[in-house]
Design a protein around this ligand. Structure first.
Ligand SMILES: Cc1cc2nc3c(=O)[nH]c(=O)nc-3n(C[C@H](O)[C@H](O)[C@H](O)COP(=O)(O)O)c2cc1C
Length: 171
């Protein structure tokens, strides 16, 4: 199984990036072949401004992957800017794929913001979501690592379920 992890935050101190990295580590331990894309390393151009080489490469990686994990930060109760560019431009070949969401937010009450990503993926590409989200806020991190036992446990459950269901959906 080939899983693509897209960490879409453009923040130098991104917390969703940390979530994505911890998820990648556990997926690899579960024998999953992962590809990690850090949006900060891409040249992201807004819609209608063409596709950079790195955006074309990401489109191909998204098409080649069996399933996808999106890392997002909450911006104004919705998806972050980098993710919107990726969704609008680099997700033409993700029809029907299984996906999961890892989300970092400033506050505990913004958890429904991930529903915008759910709506886009389900309505636009009929993707199927793992019904468990990793959601964390600043207090769940210490020294650039997840320190909250609850979030750690959720990451474990998320990765186990993502690997199990993901494998079933491609066999
Ligand atoms: C433009 C902007 C809008 C934001 N809006 C919200 C919001 O509506 N709700 C919230 O809980 N946090 C909000 N935040 C805080 C971010 O979700 C938080 O910093 C999170 O760590 C971002 O993810 P990242 O660290 O991976 O970039 C906002 C941050 C920015 C920069």
């Amino acid at each position: 199984m080939k899983s693509l992890i897209i960490s879409s935050s453009l923040s130098e101190t991104s917390r969703s990036f940390i979530l994505c990295k911890e998820i990648q580590e556990l997926l690899e331990k579960n024998g999953v072949d992962t590809t990690f894309v850090d949006a900060r390393e891409l040249e992201l151009l807004p819609c209608h401004k063409g596709m950079s080489q790195s955006m074309q490469e990401l489109s191909k990686q998204a098409g080649d992957a069996d399933n996808i994990i999106f890392g997002m930060g909450v911006h104004c109760y919705s998806v972050n800017d980098g993710l919107k560019i990726i969704l609008d431009n680099c997700c033409k070949k993700v029809e029907g794929k299984f996906f999961g969401i890892a989300c970092a937010a400033g506050g505990e009450k913004s958890y429904l913001s991930t529903m915008h990503l759910t709506q886009i993926c389900m309505n636009e590409w009929r993707m199927i979501q793992l019904p468990r989200i990793v959601y964390a806020t600043g207090k769940d991190f210490t020294d650039d690592k997840v320190s909250s036992p609850d979030v750690k446990e959720r990451i474990k459950l998320f990765t186990t379920e993502f690997a199990e269901i993901g494998k079933k959906l491609i066999s």
